[in-house]
Design a protein around this ligand. Structure first.
Ligand code: GAP
Length: 443
C-alpha cells in the first residue's frame, strides 16, 4: 500500500466515523484547523488523561497548572519569542504561493534568478527570505492600537515559568520538582499540513522540571527514558519510534540540548515530543524583564541559585494522530477487507459495544439493560441495526476492543458472547461478569 494512500484512507475514515472534521467545513473550511468529533474527542481525551495520570497523579514531585492563554505581552519579549520565534518566508511573485525559505522542494537560492517556484515552476519569481513571526497577535480591550497588542501563546511553557514561585509557595514542593499543564497553543505556521500533524491551533502537554544546575544532565537523561517509555506504553509500535538529537543549528533559542521522540509516519520520521534542557534561560530572562527575583534558596545546602529546567513537550493532537496511524490496519477476512483501528484498549474511544443478535425474542431488552449497566463503568455503544457481521465491522473501524452479543442462549444460560476486536475470538462470559471481564482488559 502506498504511504500517501494510508493517510488518505485515514483522513476519510476520521471524517466518516466522527474522529476529526475540517473546521468550518460548510464555509469551505479554515486552513489547517480541525475539529474533533464524538470519537475523536474521546480518543484525544484518553491520551491527555493518560499523560496527566503518568505525569501528575502517579508522582509526588509534579504539580498541575492551568494557566491562561493570554499573557502579559512582556512575557513574550522575555521568552525571546517576539525577537526569535520566526521562520524564513519566501513568496512567489508569479503564483502568490508562500513557502518556508528552507522548503526542500525549492531549487536554487530564493531571491536569485536561479530559484524555481516548487508550485508554478517559474524561475526567478521567489523573493529573498524574510523573517516571519509565528505568533498570532490580537488586541486586548476595545482599542486596536500597538499598546493593546497581546499574543495567543505559541507554547504553554511560559504560563508555567511565570507561575513557578506561586506553585512553589502554594504546594511546598522543593527543587527538584515539576509543573505540568495541558492546553491550547497557536502558531501561524507557514506550511501547516499532514492532517492534524501540523496545525495552527493545537494542544500541548508540557511539563517543566526545576532542578539544581549541576543535576540537569542526569534529569534530562531520566526524562528522556520515561517519556519514550510512555509512548511505548500507549501501545505504539516500538520499531516506529526513534530519537533525533538536535544539532547546533537546530537548537531552539532557549535550549542547551534537545532530543525529539520521532514516529515513522506514512510521510516520514517526524517529531511527536521534544525533551529540552533549557538551562536557566527562562527564569533568568523573566527575572530580568519582570524585576522579580526567581531564584531558589536551597536550605539544606544553604545556597541560592536559579534552577535549570528540563522540559518535556508533547503535542496532544500529534500523539492522537500517531495512535490513529499506528492503529490503522487492513486485513482480508473471508475474502472481504476488514479495516481495524487496533488502539490500545486504554485509549479506545468506546470500550465495548452491546449488540442483541436479533431485534426480537427478548434479546433487545436484555441487551439494553446490560448496556446501561456497562455504561456506568466505561463508554459503551448500543447497536441493533444490520447483520451482526456488519455491526462487528463497524466497531472494528471505530477501534472498539470488545463486542458483547446477547443471543438466544443468553436467555437460557445467562451468558453473553464477548468478541475480541484483534483476534476475533469469541468467549462466553456470564452476564454478571462481563463488566469485570472488560475492565480487567482495558487497563
Ligand atoms: N515548549 C517547547 C515547545 O513548544 P516545540 O518542539 O516547538 O517545543 C513541542 O513543540 C511539541 O508541540 C511538538 O513535539 C509537537 O508535538 C507539538 N507541536 C508543535 N507545533 C505544532 C503544530 N503546529 N501543530 C501540532 N502540534 C505541534
Amino acid at each position: 500500500m502506498a504511504d500517501t494512500t494510508v493517510m488518505e484512507k485515514l483522513v476519510s475514515l476520521c471524517k466518516r466515523r466522527g474522529f476529526v472534521f475540517q473546521s468550518s467545513e460548510i464555509y469551505g473550511g479554515l486552513g489547517s484547523v480541525w475539529d474533533y468529533g464524538p470519537l475523536g474527542v474521546e480518543l484525544k481525551k484518553n491520551v491527555k488523561d493518560r499523560w496527566w495520570r503518568a505525569m501528575v497523579h502517579a508522582r509526588d514531585d509534579i504539580e498541575g497548572l492551568d494557566a491562561a492563554i493570554l499573557m502579559h505581552p512582556r512575557v513574550w519579549e522575555a521568552s525571546g519569542h517576539v525577537a526569535g520565534f520566526t521562520d524564513p518566508l519566501v513568496d512567489c511573485k508569479q503564483c502568490k504561493n508562500r513557502f518556508r525559505g528552507d522548503d526542500p522542494r525549492i531549487k536554487g537560492t530564493p531571491g536569485e534568478p536561479d530559484a524555481q517556484c516548487p508550485v508554478c515552476g517559474t524561475r526567478g519569481s521567489l523573493t529573498a527570505p524574510r523573517l516571519f513571526n509565528l505568533m498570532f497577535k490580537t488586541f486586548m480591550g476595545p482599542v486596536e492600537e500597538q499598546a493593546a497588542v497581546v499574543y495567543l501563546r505559541p507554547e504553554t511553557a511560559q504560563g508555567i515559568y511565570v507561575n513557578y514561585q506561586n506553585v512553589l509557595n502554594a504546594s511546598r514542593q522543593k527543587v527538584p520538582f515539576g509543573i505540568a499543564q495541558i492546553g491550547k497553543a497557536f502558531r501561524n505556521e507557514i506550511t501547516p499540513g499532514n492532517f492534524i500533524f501540523r496545525t495552527r491551533e493545537f494542544e500541548q502537554m508540557e511539563m517543566q522540571f526545576f532542578v539544581a544546575p549541576e543535576t540537569a544532565g542526569e534529569w534530562f537523561e531520566r526524562w528522556r527514558e520515561w517519556r519514550m517509555q510512555w509512548h511505548k506504553d500507549l501501545g505504539l509500535t516500538p520499531a516506529r519510534l526513534q530519537w533525533h538529537q538536535h544539532g547546533p543549528t537546530e537548537l531552539a533559542h532557549y535550549a542547551k540540548a534537545a532530543f525529539d521522540i520521532q514516529y515513522e509516519f506514512p510521510f516520514g520520521w517526524q517529531e511527536i515530543e521534544g525533551i529540552h534542557n533549557r538551562g536557566d534561560y527562562d527564569l533568568t530572562r523573566h527575572q530580568e524583564y519582570s524585576g522579580k527575583k526567581l531564584d531558589y534558596f536551597d536550605q539544606a545546602a544553604n545556597r541560592r541559585y536559579v534552577p535549570f529546567i528540563v522540559e518535556t513537550s508533547a503535542g496532544a493532537d500529534r500523539v492522537a494522530l500517531t495512535t490513529l496511524v499506528d492503529a490503522y490496519r487492513e486485513e482480508t477476512v473471508e475474502g472481504e477487507t476488514r479495516v481495524v483501528l487496533g488502539f490500545h484498549p486504554g485509549i479506545a474511544p468506546i470500550k465495548a459495544a452491546v449488540l442483541p443478535l436479533v431485534k426480537k425474542d427478548g434479546m433487545p431488552e436484555v441487551a439494553d439493560r446490560l448496556y446501561h449497566d456497562l455504561r456506568a463503568a466505561f463508554p459503551c455503544f448500543y447497536d441493533d441495526s444490520g447483520a451482526i457481521g456488519r455491526r462487528y465491522r463497524r466497531m472494528d473501524e471505530a477501534g472498539t476492543p470488545f463486542c458483547v452479543t446477547v443471543d438466544g442462549e443468553t436467555l437460557k444460560d445467562g451468558q453473553v458472547t464477548v468478541r475480541d476486536r484483534d483476534s476475533m475470538q469469541q468467549v462466553r462470559v456470564a452476564q454478571a461478569q462481563v463488566g469485570a471481564y472488560i475492565r480487567e482488559r482495558i487497563g
